[in-house]
Design a protein around this ligand. Structure first.
Ligand code: NAD
Ligand code: LMR
Length: 328
């Protein structure tokens, strides 16, 4: 039997947390032979509900779930953890822009960054889902001076999967045949879903769809999909977000498919001319628990303008939270 992996889920009694915990515990994230310990972290007001989640997890009698810790104490929630999935935050409600959440949620991620720094495994991998995810990842990472920024990521895998789903429907093809989709930038309306390098089977995607469809339909659809779901459900996406968390961590830990890449928001290293002080969604390949930004993709002037627009938004978000970013 392999050594257990410790996984912390914050906001585990919330909608995404509830959809996620069972999938991690059943082996979908790390594979069918990998036991896990779940550390579920909530705020005191949600502890009763969290207790119910713990009871249900126990009732599943999942062979890979070796222990469950339920807590409202970050020091216990993050103790020795290998993976910290930072979901707990206030979600956007109808009519609210993600930016409105910045100030409200920023303090949570500063405190959690500090606690991860002090309590988690030195090799911890962190995924920030709570919005605004890119800027929250920057805050968490900046407050964890003993860890590398490359141990922190923010989630744009849901946007990536949404783009693949829309392409599959439009071209009547299988998702499994679609490769090399990229989401660039912020997990927001300024993101740039890009299929310039995408293949469907052995054909470039642009042989199967028109540029007009991509510009007038696909890109705005993906950019607004979060709001479209909120409008339809009256609630933010949850099951699809949990699914994207599973895929993001699965691929980071176990590797991406040969010949393909995924989108992850990572600390910019200056690739594609993006400012080094922001978390920016990029195409990445993963191997042995490390990601690498795909280099050398050709970008036309319209694509570069879209990247710059998203960078500008992220720099503006960063300036709002400047006082929560300690200068190391
Ligand atoms: P929810 O309100 O259902 O659940 C959030 C949970 O977090 C609640 O149970 C709450 O008690 C808990 N929480 C709040 N502050 C906490 C803290 N400091 N520590 C621990 N737990 C805390 O919300 P949800 O639908 O699960 O969404 C969670 C977040 O994920 C939101 O910010 C939402 O906007 C974001 N989201 C991101 C993506 C993405 O693709 N990046 C997709 C969907 C949703
Ligand atoms: C989503 O993309 O579904 C979420 O981030 C919801 C939102 O606030 O846009």
């Amino acid at each position: 039997m392999k050594e257990t992996i410790k996984v912390t889920i914050t906001g585990a009694a919330g909608h995404i947390g509830y959809a996620l915990a069972f999938r991690v515990a059943s082996g979908e994230m790390f594979g069918p032979d990998q036991p896990v310990i779940l550390r579920l972290l909530e705020i005191p007001q949600a502890l009763s509900s969290l207790k119910g989640v713990g009871m249900e997890l126990g009732d599943c009698a999942l062979p890979l779930l070796h222990d469950i810790v339920l807590t409202d104490d970050p020091a216990i929630g993050f103790r020795d953890t290998d993976y910290a999935l930072l979901i707990g935050a206030r979600p956007r409600s109808k009519g609210m822009e993600r930016k409105d959440l910045i100030v409200e949620n920023a303090k949570i991620f500063a405190a959690q960054g500090r606690s991860i720094n002090d309590n988690a495994s030195g090799d911890v991998r962190v995924l920030v889902v709570g919005n605004p995810a890119n800027t929250n990842a920057l805050i968490a990472s900046a407050n964890a001076p003993d860890l590398s920024a490359s141990q922190f990521t923010a989630m744009t895998r849901l946007d990536h999967n949404r783009a693949m789903g829309q392409l599959a429907i439009k071209t009547n093809s299988l998702v499994a045949d679609i490769t090399r989709v990229t989401i660039w930038g912020n997990h927001s309306m300024t993101q740039y879903p890009d299929i310039g390098s995408c293949f469907i089977g052995d054909k470039p995607a642009y042989e199967l769809v028109t540029r007009d469809w991509v510009i007038d339909h696909m890109i705005p659809r993906i950019q607004r999909r979060g709001a479209e779901i909120i409008e339809a459900r009256g609630l933010s996406s949850a099951a699809s977000a949990a699914d994207a968390v599973v895929s993001h961590i699965h691929d980071w830990a176990l590797g991406t498919r040969d010949g393909d890449w995924v989108s992850m928001s990572v600390m910019s290293d200056g690739s594609y001319g993006i400012d080094e002080g922001v978390f920016f969604s990029m195409p990445v390949t993963c191997k042995n628990g490390e990601y690498e930004i795909v280099q050398g993709l050709e970008m036309d002037s319209l694509s570069i303008a879209r990247l710059k627009a998203s960078e500008k938004e992220l720099l503006a978000e960063r300036s709002i939270v400047e006082d929560l970013l300690p200068k190391n």
